[in-house]
Design a protein around this ligand. Structure first.
Ligand code: C2E
Ligand code: CA
Ligand code: CA
Length: 869
């Protein structure tokens, strides 16, 4: 019973070491925390960067938008917008001809036939012919202020018709033809854009002395009866009946600094050529006209002869410079536009307000920035950029062609690309200083901040102290492996957030590597840092939830502080904290350690020893000692345990407890262990040869790493074969800790080892956590009772009972027992009385070099020979 208690206590103790009491020094801690919260903002190396990225992108987009807005005020990008508009226009298919109109064109041929300027008589005859067919309106797009006899009187008679609309030019000061009343005169003036292209039409000018109507407006108003279409205007719009025509302003759509005085609207070109049926003057005069073409129509008469150079660039001209429209064709386009609107067709252009356009621009710069920031891959970024541009283009196209809404396109496209480029360069710069996952400063930035602190100290000649804590998440790798990489990432982000909420404002948090964080805090005493460390450990002890699964994280913390009078660099301070953190890790999970100089010496020693060990293995500086194992009944040597020694060139013969743990940690135990096996087998071979009658057994210690190595048994089999020995002469000693994790895998490895005929022993039995139920399943031949029990068994009844229990347990399970650390005759007697088969200890012999061990065997061998003879 007692024995079981002892094991329980052992386990309980190990647990209480690892899980620290949660509420410790509470009042003191609260006080300190309050102090931390009140901490003066003396040193803040950099701002919390989680927000920096978002803020910078937002700021950058605002600045960029303002720049673009500024450029827009100067008209810098108007040419691009206009080009874009023209391109979209050209993509639109031509509409059918307008049946409400007829164009009478004076062609090159007509000029030759009737001379130019047209004699009044020819024109009078043309008008008379038209009037015969009862057109609703005749629009004369010809200047006739100067008489061109003969036939002037006849022409003047024609001018008196009430359905005739004539032209005048305000800017060129060309008067209308005589006898035409003012209400039938419209101006012919056109407003070209800065690139010479006609995209808008000036419809109306309200001047103090009188109002001016454009030629097309007059034609439209004349086409409808005054009862059907009333015209009025307000400062905001013209009204064709109930249809409002909102005039352009200088920034409508893609315009940026257009001169939009008067009432101007954007022209709605419907065809790249003629808007309506056309006939030539000759056709009219020679009666090749179907009266239906004229009756009730708007008939426009004007020149289309190229030699008269009355032609204008339109959005279609960019494809083909020769594709220009004559004045009469332009008037036909405008008239067609106005007729459509007056008839109630929704063909008025619309524009966004400045605010909407500003938002549209800003939205794209912001999106460009975010895309560049968030894109996981250059290809994804390329795709997103392309998609963004296509989207801007399509929205622009859709609005323009379906809704007749013209919005800036080139401007947001450019802004989007520039924002993307800027954010990308910023991101590149950012990632060199910040951790992409958590947004915290990375090692480089953190070191830099520390370095700045030290520099400042030396400039100001002050000696303020700075503390650094390294926080390492315990067993984070395990979480990554069990929950997956993305859950691991998520956990890191949540840990970061939790840490940030708990740290005082003056502290700087950074992520140095995968699961390693660092905190820098200017403070006067180490207690501030230890309190903070405890607080952070407690904070993280609260579980993190992943759906229904809870994950608890513990922290190992290393603390280092600068000391007055010492010179520090960021590297030395970080190294100190790292050393302390390493110590905390060794002490178990959820521990913190404060750096002391002694630690550094140890680290240096360890480092030197590791290098020496490497060299030692290469130079074969190791020797095997052999300690006899004796049968308690006969006190005869039945075997040896091979124990390794290191003949260190400077430090002399070194005990395995100094270098075996290091060799295990660094993995050097693998090459060393191979040598040990080889050397042991070689020795067995020699003894077999020398003492063929003795059936000796050599025990070899195995480390966990060797035991776990999948091909170890194959390697062993090769050695046994090379040395020509019997595998049953070898016994491998393993410890409980090596087999208690994954029991099935351990049994598998054990069986593989035994396949060469070797035996297995359980070393240091009683110090681990063997589960009795599992013990039965292991194919173990021998149990070695740990020397700590054997040596105390004389004084302590409890230990005596433990030894007794272990021996009976071994026997029940069919194993034989070796008691380790037997140092005197009394122990031998007690062990013998308890039924233990074998013993090993200084009582018989210390571990000996091979020669001396052989000598011992020889003595025993000759005694045996003598006895038998
Ligand atoms: P272990 O396997 O338990 O080896 C027994 C240790 O007890 C040896 O220490 C031995 O010298 C010591 N010992 C034997 N009898 C007595 C005694 O009566 N009184 C006292 N106080 N001690 C006694 P050693 O040689 O220093 O080895 C220490 C440990 O190093 C070993 O413990 C074993 O775990 C490890 N080790 C030694 N050689 C090797 C090796 O070749 N491979 C591996 N993996 N580990 C080894
Ligand atoms: Ca051993
Ligand atoms: Ca042992």
């Amino acid at each position: 019973m007692k024995c079981r208690c002892r094991w329980k206590i052992h386990i309980a103790l190990t647990f209480s070491q690892s899980s620290k009491p949660l509420i410790r020094h509470l009042p003191r801690q609260v006080q300190r925390l309050k102090q931390l919260q009140r901490w003066q903002k003396r040193w803040r190396p950099s701002v919390r960067p989680l927000w920096v990225a978002g803020r910078s992108i937002a700021l950058c987009s605002v600045v960029l938008t303002s720049l673009f807005w500024g450029a827009r005020q100067l008209g810098g990008l108007e040419f691009l917008e206009l080009a874009m508009f023209d391109w979209y226009r050209r993509l639109q298919p031509d509409a059918a001809l307008d049946s409400r109109m007829l164009l009478v064109l004076i062609t090159e041929d007509d000029l030759h036939r009737y001379r130019w300027p047209l004699p009044d008589q020819v024109l009078a005859e043309s008008l008379a012919k038209l009037q015969r067919y009862q057109p609703r309106v005749i629009g004369l797009d010809l200047y006739r202020d100067i008489p061109t006899p003969p036939g002037t009187a006849a022409l003047h008679r024609q001018f008196q018709a009430d359905n005739l609309i004539a032209i005048t030019e305000i800017i060129g000061d060309i008067p209308p033809p005589p006898h035409v009343p003012d209400t039938q005169v419209g101006f012919n003036d056109l407003t070209l854009d800065t690139d010479g292209v006609l995209r808008r039409s000036l419809l109306f000018v309200a001047a103090p002395e009188r109002d001016y109507y454009s030629f097309a407006l007059r034609l439209t108003l004349a086409y409808f009866q005054p009862d059907d279409l009333q015209f009025r205007y307000t400062p905001d719009a013209l009204f064709l009946g109930e249809m409002p025509l909102f005039p352009l302003d200088s920034t409508s759509g893609g315009y940026q600094i257009a001169d939009t005085r008067g009432y101007q609207i954007l022209l709605d070109y419907r065809t790249r050529n003629h808007s309506a049926r056309t006939i030539t003057l000759r056709q009219l005069l020679e009666d090749e006209v179907n009266p239906e073409w004229v009756q009730d129509k708007v008939v426009l008469i004007g020149t289309a002869a190229a030699s008269l150079k009355d032609s204008i660039y339109t959005p279609y001209s960019a494809d083909d410079q020769t594709l220009q429209m004559s004045g009469v064709m332009i008037h036909a386009q405008i008239t067609r536009h106005l007729l459509a609107i007056a008839a109630g067709e929704p063909r008025s252009w619309q524009f966004w307000s400045d605010w909407q356009e500003l938002l549209w621009l800003w939205g794209w710069t912001l999106l460009g920035g975010i895309l560049a920031w968030r894109s996981p891959h250059p290809l994804a970024l390329g795709g997103a950029t392309l998609l963004g541009l296509i989207l801007i283009g399509s929205i622009g196209w859709g609005l323009l062609s379906i809704g007749m809404v013209w919005i800036p396109i080139a401007e947001p496209m450019l802004a989007f690309i520039i924002a993307l480029g800027l954010a990308l360069s910023y991101r590149l710069l950012y990632t060199t200083h910040y951790d992409a996952l958590t947004g915290l400063p990375n090692r480089r930035a953190f070191s830099h901040a520390l370095q700045q602190f030290f520099q400042r100290q030396s400039w100001l000649r002050c000696a303020e102290t700075l503390g650094v804590m390294l926080l390492d998440l315990d067993h984070f790798q395990m979480i990554n492996e069990s929950l997956g990489q993305s859950a691991g990432d998520e956990l890191l982000i949540r840990v970061t957030q939790r840490l940030l909420t708990q740290l005082p404002r003056s502290a700087q948090l950074a992520r140095l590597s995968n699961d390693e964080f660092a905190v820098a805090l200017q403070c006067a005493e180490p207690e501030t840092l230890t309190t903070l460390a405890e607080h952070l450990q407690q904070t993280l002890a609260e579980p993190f939830w992943f759906n229904t699964q809870s994950v608890t994280i513990t922290l190992s913390i290393g603390i280092a502080m600068t000391q007055r009078g010492h010179q520090y660099t960021s590297d030395t301070l970080l190294r100190d904290a790292q050393t302390a953190m390493y110590r905390a890790k060794v002490a178990g999970t959820d521990q913190y350690k404060v750096f002391s100089t002694g630690m550094l010496t140890e680290v240096v020693d360890r480092f030197t020893l590791e290098n020496d060990l490497r060299q030692g293995i290469a130079d074969q500086q190791f020797i095997l000692y052999y300690q006899p194992i004796v049968a308690l009944e006969t006190e005869k040597i039945v075997g040896f345990e091979a124990l390794t020694r290191w003949q260190h060139p400077q430090q002399g013969l070194m005990s395995p407890s100094r270098f075996i743990p290091l060799a295990e940690e660094t993995g050097l135990i693998i090459p060393l262990g191979e040598w040990i096996c080889q050397e042991s087998c070689h020795q067995v071979h020699q003894w077999q040869h020398q003492f063929p009658e003795l059936s000796l057994m050599l025990s070899i210690n195995l480390s966990g790493r060797q035991f776990d190595k999948p091909d170890f048994h194959q390697q062993l089999a090769r050695i046994i074969q090379a040395e020509h020995i019997d595998g049953s002469m070898l016994k491998f000693e393993i410890t409980e800790s090596m087999i208690m994790g994954d029991v099935e895998a351990a049994i598998d490895s054990m069986l593989k080892l035994k396949s060469s005929g070797c035996k297995l022993g359980l070393d240091d039995f009683g110090t681990g956590y063997s589960s009795l139920s599992q013990l039965r399943r292991f194919p173990v031949d021998t149990i070695k009772v740990d020397q700590s029990f054997v040596q105390k068994m004389r004084e302590s009844h409890e230990d005596h009972e433990i030894v007794r229990m272990i021996i009976s347990l071994g026997h029940i399970l069919g194993m034989d027992l070796i008691a380790e650390g037997v140092e005197n005759q009394v122990d031998v007697e007690v062990l013998r009385s308890l039924g233990c088969e074998y013993g090993q200890g200084y009582f018989w012999s210390r571990p000996l070099p091979a020669a001396q061990a052989t000598e011992l065997l020889q003595q025993q061998y000759f005694c045996a020979l003598r006895d038998t003879s």
